[in-house]
Write a protein that binds this ligand. Structure first.
Ligand SMILES: [Zn+2]
Length: 445
């Protein structure tokens, strides 16, 4: 600021001199002529020097442009040429097997106006891996997935996990070449954020292929664009990058800790024991069903709880679990009371919902430095599935430990949301305590 003020001050002073020169010109013509010839001599010496400096500077920039691809001067993110990722930056990453391989199947299915390509991926070839690469002389901030010989606009690129579109960059041609700076080198690209705080970058997409907009929510498996050859790219491929905890190449981790070409469509695996599922089912109970002639359940029937909330199976609420149902091809907005959903789909969604609650519970306990036995976590998962949160568990556990006082002050509550005594809920709370305290999976009988 002071520098700017100084500049403005100097300009103002120059203007004043000029004005004075015009005004005072007639009084000292000879003096001003001598001054003018001096200015011309100075200009004759200074101007070429300035021109030489400018020429040298341009030459320097041109040489740097050719030699420097690691963004130190231009601050351009050359794809695959981020900072070198060291092993220490990779520690502490949770293997999240719920992420999907980002290449979709060839068939597109439209559900609720949204396109999905959830079939077998049309390419599973990694043409360039993550990390230090000798030929680049530096790190590669993502993986490159090849086109298996096809050109731009063929392979469907899908949301690897549900999330929100952070930015969309378009306007690049499918004329990729090494050093093409369009889209910062990434060409047409999409950056999305995930609920676990990651930034996912899909680079070099085909021109006019991107089907999502900034701020849009996307569902796992949704088509977001097509593989292309835009920006700094030497052939049709996808640059796939995952930044953990921030958007920068220095946050990039090996995407193969999240996605695998060998298991492209993993589901969240439940770590719950069958004993726990049996325990939970005994307390939740299921709604109406449809059976075959031998009496085996084939479908669960959607039921209204009397307040307009649609549930199915063992206490699944359609609107809360819409995303999980969508992943299994069920659009809950088209369902009403009496609709039937295949048992296998309801079972899979239930498994995912329980797994998600368990994951939430485990990470919450870890954040609070509380280590529990598996059956104690089960008891809390049963409770959270019914009550909705375990926010005040850590403070109560620290105060009372695993004692009867924990039961009286925390585990036995709430009996009902409106404070009324309910025998069923009171028995459930007692069974959860029996499980937490003694490891006994006591069923509701
Ligand atoms: Zn790449």
């Amino acid at each position: 600021m002071r520098f700017l003020r100084g500049l403005f001050g100097a300009n103002k002073a120059k203007e004043e001199i000029k004005e004075n020169g015009i005004v005072g010109g007639t009084t000292n013509v000879v003096g001003s002529m001598i001054k003018r010839s001096l200015y011309i001599k100075i200009a004759a010496v200074v101007a070429p020097i300035i021109i030489i400096i400018i020429v040298l500077f341009i030459a320097f920039l041109a040489i740097a442009y050719v030699l420097d691809h690691d963004s130190k001067i231009f601050n351009i993110d050359w794809p695959g040429e981020g900072s070198i990722i060291t092993g220490s930056q990779l520690s502490g990453i949770n293997d999240n097997t719920a992420y999907w391989w980002p290449i979709g199947g060839s068939e597109i299915e439209t559900k609720n106006g949204v396109q999905f390509a959830t079939g077998d991926p049309t390419s599973t070839i990694i043409t360039s891996s993550f990390g230090y690469q000798e030929w680049r002389g530096r790190g590669h901030a993502g993986i490159d997935i090849g086109s298996a010989g096809s050109g731009p606009g063929v392979h469907n690129i899908i949301a690897t996990v549900s999330g929100t579109i952070y930015s969309v960059t378009t306007g690049c041609d499918d004329n990729g070449y090494y050093g093409n700076g369009c889209g910062g080198g990434y060409g047409n690209h999409i950056i999305m954020t995930t609920s676990d705080g990651n930034y996912i970058i899909y680079g070099h997409l085909a021109q006019n292929s991107i089907t999502v907009q900034e701020g849009e929510t996307v569902t796992q498996g949704q088509v977001i664009g097509k593989m292309g050859n835009s920006g700094s790219s030497t052939g049709t491929h996808l640059h796939f990058q995952i930044d953990v905890g921030g958007y920068a190449n220095s946050y990039a981790v090996d995407p193969t800790t999240y996605v695998s070409p060998d298991n492209p469509r993993p589901v969240i695996s439940s770590s719950s024991s069958s004993q726990f599922i049996e325990f939970l089912h005994s307390w939740e109970g299921h709604g109406p069903v449809r059976t075959d002639s031998s009496g085996n359940i084939t479908h669960y029937i959607v039921a209204d709880d009397g307040y307009g909330t649609l549930t199915v199976g063992y206490g699944l609420t359609l609107r809360y679990d819409a995303e999980e149902f969508a992943r299994h091809g069920v659009d809950v907005s088209t369902l009403s009371s009496g609709s039937a959903i295949e048992k296998s789909i309801v079972d899979a969604v239930e498994e995912e919902v329980i797994a998600a609650w368990r994951e939430t519970t485990e990470s919450f306990l870890a954040q609070n430095n509380i280590t529990l036995e598996d059956y104690q976590v089960d008891a809390l998962v049963s409770r959270i599935y019914n009550v909705g949160n375990i926010n005040s568990f850590p403070s109560n556990y620290r105060t009372y430990g695993n004692t009867q006082a924990l039961y009286e002050n925390y585990m036995s509550k709430p009996v009902t949301s409106n404070g009324q005594y309910s025998l069923g809920l009171a028995r459930r709370r007692a069974a959860e305590w029996e499980l937490f305290h003694n490891g006994n999976y006591q069923l509701n009988s």
